[in-house]
Design a protein around this ligand. Structure first.
Ligand code: NAG
Ligand code: NAG
Ligand code: NAG
Ligand code: NAG
Length: 398
């Protein structure tokens, strides 16, 4: 037995562990994919399918990764009147054999498009989901099991259709996540042109209503995030129907008061820049993310960069939180429903829904610009034009 061989082998496996990064993606056809990204230099690499797990119901739509407990939550958009909410435990970080193992599964009424954790001492004792067409949000106590029951359900109504009646026939809550303090729940409602706000009883997980904040008519808020620039925290709303970002001032209640968090609109800027009218009915903005001092929003169905190559809008965030449009970048896929940055802010993973691909694209942290396609993988089957199929979401695990 030659000792050098064993040493060489150990050295090689250390190398491959250090260079491979895991990502997870959901495919609407009914599986979660674990992907390995290997870089040979910062802008050259390859991405491969490491594991494909059938699960997360019939229409897996969204993932939430809890890095600390190494748990991946998956949300099912099933339109069949019943669905599931599942948790998967993840293998050891960076290990080449990191595996997804189902750890909990609960039945839901389905049609969940988004969800996240909240409440309790650690901010993750409960889970909330938003249901697009039943116009509901639902909460559950963790951990998930076959006997998990809904803790609370809120059903929204609106008096009449919005300015885009084809999309705004009724309330369509599209996401649910907390503010940075973890004391308030934010629910963008695409159908009602509202950002709904709830006060969280962190101990019981119960939500109580706060006044909802109106967007501009026909904005169709879909997703959103809080970001602090200097000492100022702003809320950024990704408006799907008007294809714009709304920048809101955030007003917290005084200490000790039982008041609500409130938002007021300070700026609206289109995802094609200030010179293009809002509300082009053939395009639909989808995801919003921040990396460094830049904000990014994806555009679906614009083919700005050629056939099946939609765009991602880049904005510079000013010291006061205001946005300045920089440019559009190639999303290297059609219908970029989701995208996420790595921690270093040097790469973005873009999930092209219909092309059913994950494109890894280089980002320059100094300029915020997106550039070279570093790696790409197609996850079959491909989606169909305008269909709720293909790749639905992507997250990094690093
Ligand atoms: C895991 O991978 C990340 C990203 O590549 C790296 O920063 C980190 O140092 C790695 N950790 C270990 C324990 O290898
Ligand atoms: C509220 O209290 C916290 C901690 O006691 C403090 O950090 C914060 O600045 C206070 N906020 C206001 C608005 O007074
Ligand atoms: C809407 O967007 C499409 C795709 O980018 C473009 O071809 C079309 O000209 C736009 N329509 C208007 C009215 O701006
Ligand atoms: C995409 O845009 C084209 C026009 O450029 C339009 O005819 C089509 O309906 C749009 N498709 C979807 C799925 O939005």
């Amino acid at each position: 037995m030659a000792p050098t061989k064993a040493i060489l082998f150990a050295g090689l496996s250390l190398l491959s562990e250090a260079a491979a990064v895991k990502l997870y993606a959901t495919h609407f056809s009914g599986y979660i994919a674990a992907l390995d990204l290997t870089l040979s230099d910062p802008t050259t690499g390859s991405i491969t399918l490491a594991q494909q797990v059938r699960g997360c119901g019939v229409t897996p739509a969204w993932l939430h990764l809890d890095e600390e407990t190494r748990t991946l939550y998956c949300f099912d958009e099933s339109w069949m009147g019943s669905g599931v909410l599942q948790s998967y435990s993840l293998g050891k970080k960076n290990a080449s054999n990191a595996a997804l193992t189902l750890s909990g599964s609960a039945r839901t009424p389905g049609n969940t498009v988004h969800g996240s954790l909240y409440g309790g001492k650690d901010g993750k004792s409960f889970i909330i989901t938003s249901e697009y067409s039943p116009s509901t949000i639902s909460t559950y106590k963790l951990p998930l099991s076959s006997s998990t029951q809904q803790l609370q359900k809120k059903t929204f109504t609106q008096a009449r259709p919005g300015p885009r009646p084809d999309r705004q026939d009724r309330p369509h809550p599209h996401a649910a996540f907390t503010d940075p303090s973890g004391k308030f729940m934010i629910v963008p409602d695409l159908g009602s042109d509202l950002t709904r706000i709830f006060k969280i009883d962190t101990e019981s997980g119960m939500l109580s209503d706060c006044p909802a904040i109106a967007s501009l008519p026909g904005d169709g808020p879909r997703h959103g995030l809080f970001h602090k620039s200097g000492s100022t925290t702003r809320y950024y709303s990704l408006n799907e129907i008007s294809s714009s970002v709304g920048v809101y001032d955030v007003k917290y209640p005084a200490n000790g008061s039982s008041d609500c968090l409130s938002l007021s609109l300070a700026q609206t800027i289109g995802t094609y820049g200030p010179n293009v009218p809002l509300g082009n009915a053939t395009v639909k903005a989808a995801e919003i993310r921040v990396a460094g001092d830049y904000l990014y929003a994806s555009n679906r169905n614009d083919s700005t960069f050629g056939k099946e190559q939609d765009s991602i809008a880049i904005f510079k965030i000013g010291k006061d939180g205001a946005l300045t449009f920089v440019t559009l970048a190639n999303a290297y896929g059609y219908y970029p429903r989701s995208f996420a940055f790595n921690k270093a802010g040097t790469l973005v993973a873009i999930g092209g829904q219909t092309t059913a691909n994950i494109a890894i694209v280089a980002r320059d942290p100094a300029t915020g610009l997106l550039g070279k396609l570093v790696a790409n993988i197609n996850l079959s089957p491909r989606g169909t034009y305008g269909g709720e199929d293909g790749v639905s979401s992507v997250v990094w695990d690093e």
